[in-house]
Ligand binder design. Structure first.
Ligand SMILES: [Zn+2]
Ligand SMILES: [Zn+2]
Length: 252
């Protein structure tokens, strides 16, 4: 009887699945085009999603010709950034850009989740379980207004994949600064030079960091934000690295 019940429940479940498939056919998570089945992304969007080039300067992450990779590039030879390594997963354009905007402006995180799941193998080769992820903090007023902290959400998702820790309290934002997107390169650096600070008291309570520290942001544009955050962490007692979900193409 139990076996029969199991069979019945399985067939009912299959029927429900079929009905759901008819009522809500699988759609592309990026463009909502209906698909026969698949992994959540249509062939058209998949073609437009660009992984950030692996042939890049290890230090700043800028793409380099294969023969010169992993650098350091000329700019890093002249003036290396504060972080030891910069990793970006995707190029900020097409479906990646739309997924991030949907997430930040409308709270729809499906596309971003798909991107992180898809980058799992890359992440596993980069972030280890001993590492600590720190979100780039945003000004308190902006966080209060939006009720969201995207870099912290990103850390949570990446940490779940890497099996590592993340902490939003160690790196603090000081004061209020204009949005980086409203400023030019030089003004960006001036704007953020004193915007971050490490909470040394909090670190003392937590104990020393044993792995590497990653400062994490959703979009890397010029690298100024992650560089200034890394600079504030020089006293953390561990190598500081930088990770972004996406990066604007070639410093643009
Ligand atoms: Zn699509
Ligand atoms: Zn470089």
């Amino acid at each position: 009887m139990l076996v029969g019940m199991q069979g019945l429940s399985t067939s009912i479940r299959a029927g429900v699945d079929r009905l759901c498939g008819l009522l809500f056919p699988p759609a592309c998570i990026f463009c909502a085009t209906a698909m026969p089945a698949g992994n959540g992304c249509c062939a058209d969007c998949l073609e437009k999603i660009q992984v950030w080039p692996r042939d890049a300067c290890h230090r700043c992450g800028e793409p380099l010709p294969v023969a010169l990779s992993p650098g350091p590039c000329g700019r890093c030879l002249r003036k290396p950034p504060f972080q030891q390594q910069t990793v970006s997963l995707f190029t900020y354009r097409g479906p990646v850009r739309e997924a991030i905007l949907n997430w930040k402006l409308q709270g729809r995180e499906g596309g971003v989740r798909w991107l992180i799941d898809t980058a799992a193998a890359r992440l596993a080769g980069v972030v280890t379980p001993a590492d600590l992820l720190l979100p780039v903090p945003m000004p308190l007023s902006r966080m209060r207004k939006s009720g969201q902290h995207h870099a912290a959400d990103l850390c949570r998702m990446v940490a779940a994949h890497a099996g590592c820790r993340w902490d939003w309290r160690l790196l603090r934002r000081i004061g209020e600064q204009p949005r980086q997107s409203e400023l030019s390169g030089l003004a960006r650096r001036r704007n953020l030079r004193k915007a971050f600070a490490m909470d040394a008291d909090y670190l003392a309570k937590q104990g020393p960091v044993t792995g590497r520290v990653w400062v994490v942001d959703d979009i890397l544009t010029t690298g100024t934000t992650l560089g200034c955050a890394a600079r504030a962490l020089q006293q953390v007692g561990a190598p500081v690295h930088a990770l972004s979900l996406a990066r604007t193409p070639y410093g643009g």
